[in-house]
Each structure stands twice: as C-alpha cells, then as structure tokens.
Design a protein around this ligand. Structure first.
Ligand code: 0K2
Ligand code: SF4
Length: 316
C-alpha cells in the first residue's frame, strides 16, 4: 500500500457545543425523562441535524409553530428564543412549556425591553428571518425594532427620533463585521445607546478567535456545522477573511470534497456551537484514513460557562 502523505491538522479550541446548546439539549432529554414521549420542540432545538435526529429517536417531535402542538403535551422552545406571543399563547392554551432560550439571548431580550421602557426605539443588528432575530424583535411591539444587516443598511433606516435610539445585536454574528456596523450606526446617530461593544456571546467570540489563530497557516479549513447555523457560517467567513481561501462548511465527513484538497499539507478543523464532538472525531478519522496526520491543538481560550436547566426539570 502507498505511504500516506503527511498532514498537520490544526484543531481549533474552543470549538463545538457552548453552554447554551448544552443546556438546551439537556432540557429536551430531561423533559422526555420527566414527562415521557412525545415531547414537542418548537423549531430545531439547535441547528444541527445530528442532534435533532438523535432527540427525535428518543421521542421528541419537532415542529415550526405552536399551533402544530396538542394542548396536552409539553412543548420546549428552542435555544434561539421566541417572540413574546409564543409563551403567551402557550399560557392561554394552558400548556406545559419549558423555555430553552439561551440565557445570553434572554439577556438581549431584557436589554431591548429596558430601552423600550425608557422610550427608546431599537436598532437590531442581525440576519433577517433568523429565529433569534424573530424572537428578539418579537419582544417589542411591531415597528419598535429596526433591523440592519449590513453597513449599507444603516444609511436606509428611518428612526422616529434619531436622538432616542439604542442598539442590540444577534449573539452569533461576526465580531469584525458587527464592529463596522456599530461604527456606522454611531457615525450616523451619535446619540445611540448600546452595550459596551455588542451582544455577541463569549462562545461566538472565542470560536472566531481560534479560527483566526490558525487561518494564516492552513491550506484548507473545515467548519463542522449546518447551513442554517449562523455561528457556524460566520466561522467559515472568518476563516476566509483571515487568509484561508478554501474554507468550507460541512455537516459531516462525507461532505468533504477530497479531490478539491488534493496536495494540501495542513488543514484546520473547528465546529460551530451546535455541532457535537462526535462529528469532529468523525472528520479527524476521515483525515487519518487518507493522510499520516499530526494533530496540533490550538487553544486560544478556556471556557467554563455552565447554565442551569429550569427548576421544573431539576425537580424531576
Ligand atoms: O448560530 P445559530 O444562532 O444559527 O444557532 P445554532 O447553530 O443552533 O447554535 C446555537 C446558538 C443558539 C443561540 O444563540
Ligand atoms: Fe448562548 Fe452563545 Fe451558545 Fe447562542 S452561541 S446558545 S448565545 S452561548
């Protein structure tokens, strides 16, 4: 058999599950233990097919809207958050529900409410149609949150009173792109109020920083994550922007285009906040099958964040 070509595989850390994802998955598992199957989940609990499929195998039923759930089974709201109308409707129908919204997303909801109560109109930096954006905008009445996605969008918004504005952001954005949008907002609306930097969470920030640390020294980057996962897609963009021309999102090892990377000497591997570590192992093993791999761990931060599950499940 031919000798395998050598390959240095830079494994980024932190990568994969964040505290909010860990908590959300635990919530579904504990709800299944407490109430038995089926338990309904509104929207993918986190944006990962492997996670969703394994919870479905245990008895979770995934739906997009509350009106697809019966009154008499528990329902869980996904990590991305929900508009206020959703728990309100669940209460009206006297349903048992558990909110798996990440506490760091809930923190942004509270910020929005606080500014609104102080009479400020909100600008949200985020991606149109993303469930977190729908959930956060849905904390306030229609028209109270103006959405901007790009620096160019900043010029187009028409606030009620440019002197009475505050901004919030989606938690999973690109740190660098968001800084540019915040700067554009501050240039156009000098009185705008906001968090110290933005609302991008620790996990998003750390995963982007570790990609930046390896992007300059690798011939290819693979981000394990789903196409609908905002934080995972941002990691691909960060890899390209930081100098790795071949940066790809893959859900699993079978999506790697081996022909396209023929001749590489080094590769970077990371995973979005919703991608389980078994899928990282799968990708590393797929490289080992084809190359003589030396793994180099590149750890740019240590994480020790943990979120408690809601009390109703702790009592289970
Ligand atoms: O990155 P996204 O917000 O699209 O969501 P996931 O890929 O499910 O990652 C978990 C983050 C959830 C909320 O911030
Ligand atoms: Fe929470 Fe950040 Fe994870 Fe989203 S990516 S679930 S905000 S910790």
């Amino acid at each position: 058999m031919d000798k395998k070509p050598p390959l240095t595989l830079y494994l980024a850390a932190p990568r994969g599950f964040c505290a909010g994802v860990d908590r959300a998955i635990k919530i579904v598992e504990m709800a299944l233990q407490k109430w038995g199957a089926p338990v309904y989940v509104r929207h993918e609990i986190v944006h990962n097919k492997f996670v969703v499929d394994s919870l479905r195998d245990k008895g979770a039923i995934f739906v997009e809207e509350l009106d697809e759930c019966p009154d008499d089974r528990p329902v869980i709201f996904s990590a991305h958050g929900v508009p206020k109308a959703v728990p309100a409707e669940a209460r009206r129908r006297e349903m048992v529900y558990v909110d798996a919204t990440c506490p760091l997303v809930s923190k942004v909801h509270v910020e929005a409410e606080r500014h609104h109560a102080a009479g400020l109109q909100m600008v949200m930096i985020g991606h149109e149609g993303h469930p977190e954006v729908l959930g956060t905008m849905g904390q306030l009445p229609e028209g109270e949150v103006l959405l901007v996605e790009t620096v160019e969008d900043v010029a187009g918004i028409l606030p009620r009173d440019p002197e009475r504005l505050a901004f919030i952001t989606q938690t999973t954005l690109s740190v660098d792109d968001t800084a540019a949008i915040v700067a554009a907002l501050q240039a156009r609306f000098p009185a705008i109020i906001g968090p110290a930097k933005e609302d991008i969470c620790y996990a998003t920030t750390n995963r982007q920083a570790s990609v930046k640390a390896i992007a300059g020294q690798i011939d290819a980057l693979f981000v394990i994550g789903a196409p609908n996962s905002s934080n995972s897609r941002r990691l691909v963009e960060v890899g390209s922007a930081a100098g790795c021309d071949y940066s790809q999102l893959v859900m699993r090892a079978d999506q790697i285009d081996w022909r396209a990377i023929e001749g590489i000497r080094s590769v970077g591997v990371t995973a979005g906040a919703s991608a389980p570590e078994v899928l990282v192992d799968e990708v590393v093993d797929a490289f080992r099958d084809r190359y003589d791999v030396t793994v180099e761990l590149v750890e740019t931060a240590r994480e020790n964040v943990e979120f408690k599950v809601p009390r109703v499940l702790r009592e289970a």
